[in-house]
Design a protein around this ligand. Structure first.
Ligand SMILES: [Zn+2]
Length: 274
């Protein structure tokens, strides 16, 4: 507690360089200290894992097997047409400045702090990871725009509830110090310090809860503490955020309420946010 080290950072012991990865790929870097560790940024091509994962995916519960670029089995043609963008290898269109969270301000992170992906098709998105900056909103934006930082989250929430989106949810942010959790997670930073409960304002809780509710809706993520976790709960991390003053009961209540409200507002979720 009381640590003032910036949360998502490439400094010191913040990385997972020693931990390897969940899919057995050994960490190869170690010297960079990057948040993702050597396995992500070092000798082992990150694309290798995604290529393997691209060979099998699910459409409407039926397995579609892809080999040599052709689909061997498809559940239903109409479904396949409707979900054309879910066919591996067909990258979803994207425009600069496009947002996933309505109302957010787009502030692009340096491309050195994330990697291009095509989620949720290459990697399922099933975790929302809650962080606290250990610094200000401005500091978070500044370091996430810095290519030397080698870490960033998708979103940063300010004390007044303002949200910056810095990385598309399609893409993998170097946020958790764990490759698997980076690939499956959407990360939200919150302005403030873990040992200053007064930093977690009503506006921040409410705005963040709406953001998390939207993410849960887009990817059909259950609203529970298995799927909405703190950075501290990521396997292998030495980070403590969001810390003991983050009011999880209150937060989850707000997320559930926001999630229900979203359901009544518009009927069909958009996987890409648009
Ligand atoms: Zn964190």
């Amino acid at each position: 507690m009381g640590k003032r080290r910036l949360d998502v950072t490439n400094g010191g012991a913040g990385g997972d360089a020693s931990g390897g990865t969940s899919d057995g790929t050994p960490g190869t870097g170690g010297s960079s200290g990057a948040d993702e560790g050597g396995a992500e940024r070092g000798g082992t091509p990150a694309g290798q894992g995604s290529t393997i994962r691209r060979r099998a995916f699910l459409i409407g519960g039926a397995a579609a097997v892809v080999g040599g670029g052709t689909i061997a089995v498809l559940a239903g043609q109409d479904q396949a047409t409707r979900l054309w963008y879910q066919v591996p290898g067909v990258e979803k269109p994207r425009r600069p400045g496009e947002l996933d969270h309505p109302g957010a301000e787009w502030v692009a992170a340096s491309s050195a702090n994330w990697r291009r992906a095509d989620r949720p098709d290459d990697f399922a998105v099933d975790r929302v990871i809650i962080h606290v900056v250990q610094g200000s909103y401005r500091t978070a934006l500044k370091v996430f725009k810095d290519p030397a930082h080698q870490a960033a989250t998708h979103y940063v929430v300010r004390k007044d509830g303002h949200v910056a989106q810095m990385i598309r949810e399609l893409d993998v942010a170097y946020q958790a110090g764990n490759r698997s959790y980076n690939e499956r997670g959407v990360g939200i930073e919150h302005e403030g310090f873990v040992d200053r409960p007064e930093d977690f304002t009503d506006d921040m809780y409410e705005s963040s809860a709406r953001l998390t509710a939207g993410i849960c809706r887009r990817y059909a993520i259950p609203v529970d503490r298995t799927h909405i976790i703190g950075h501290v709960e990521v396997p292998g991390t030495d980070h403590t955020d969001p810390g003991p003053h983050w009011d999880w009961d209150r937060y989850m209540k707000l997320v559930r309420a926001a999630r229900e409200k979203l359901e009544t507002q518009s009927p069909s979720p958009s996987p890409t946010g648009a």
